[in-house]
Design a protein around this ligand. Sequence first.
Ligand code: GCO
Length: 451
Amino acid sequence: MTRIRFPDGFEWGTATAAYQIEGAAYEDGRGLSIWDVFCKQPGRVQNGDHGDVACDHYHRMPDDVALMKSLGIQSYRFSISWPRVLPFGTPQHRRVQQPINERGIDFYSRLVDALLAAGITPCPTLYHWDLPQALQDRGGWAFRDTAAHFADYAGLMYARLGDRVERWITHNEPWVVVTYGHRVGTMAPGIAEADVAARATHHILLSHGLAVERYRAEGQGGAIGITNSNSSYEPAEADGSCDGAVELARDFDTRLYTGAVLGRGYPDSVLRHYEARGVAFPIEDGDMATIAAPTDFVGVNLYSRTRVRPADSGLGFTVAPPTLPLTPMGYERAPHALGDFVRFLSAEYERPKIYITENGVCDNTEPVDGEIDDVDRESLLRGFLEGLHRAIEDGADVRGYYLWSLLDNFEWSFGYSKRFGIVHTDYDTLQRTPKRSAGFYRDVIANNGFD
Ligand code: GCO
């Protein structure tokens, strides 16, 4: 008897992102992205690591698809590298006609065909952080035209893959792009300015809305949504003194991004925070309606919880020190966070259709005699899935779960030092070895649940 069984038709997937796995950074006409440039700036990325080779997925794609098939993976969330298909950023550049890189498009077309032949549903993300450097040079997300460029790029991909792809994600985690890329500066493009952060927030969301409108205008019949990063915010003290801080943290995170996309506009608290710094969101007539163009699902990425308490400065709240043991990523081991967050989201937005587009565990267990016994990952995954299952039983409309990640890969500013894969990557030989957790996940999929 399976103790935990997910609803019929629940989809089990894995997720990756282009810059984190593809490599082949200078091959077949690919252009530079902001991450290529950022990684080569001294001190930006741990150990001076970069994605030039990464997991070499660009050359090993057929084997990686076969690996997924052997695990029973039902859907694969990958991302398209914008500069691989449009080295200079846009198909109909407003000033100069720029070429489409057919070899780049061909790679994604072959990937989609290979997935379909393996019975795996493709789910591409259009933007997982690798903006063409050519667009950054013109202002990047601070520049309104970048949103229009994104919609053109999206239109190109719908035209080329839309006959076979029925589930699209516009952006991955705008909160991270804004916070770490534009407000704190620890991720590409490495900017730390409130004004640029506000502009980037608005233009990224606008680009999402324009891409959704384009999808509908072109009569594409599949589903489209956005993926946001989230944490499950909890009060640092149980006496009510931190409840306001929890709401404020949710304003700057889920409500700013998911809320705006679902038609609630920007939270007043966020607008006031920026106003107090002399910064206004560059909202033009009609923008908020575009941002709220109807989508088909909400993508949820979640890894942990965050305890917060009020603060007199900064955002008005502050993150309290962890009380639970940490994973090597520094995240609290809080498997209850996934179910808790899904419950919050479901209540806040009247039961939207949800995909968990990322959830997973950093566990750096290395091979011993060829076996990778990542018990920690397995036990936390169990906990996450138990919580998710309870939230579904309580009424949340969750349609699928994408485990991050298929393979150990390039973990952004942490380089290759953090392993999230259920398959081990040997970065010297590039050999893939399924870990213990891959067997666990294979069984979860086969049973649509676990004991
Ligand atoms: C993110 C990304 C992934 C990460 C993953 C593990 O959330 O940062 O979407 O690219 O690799 O979340 O940190």
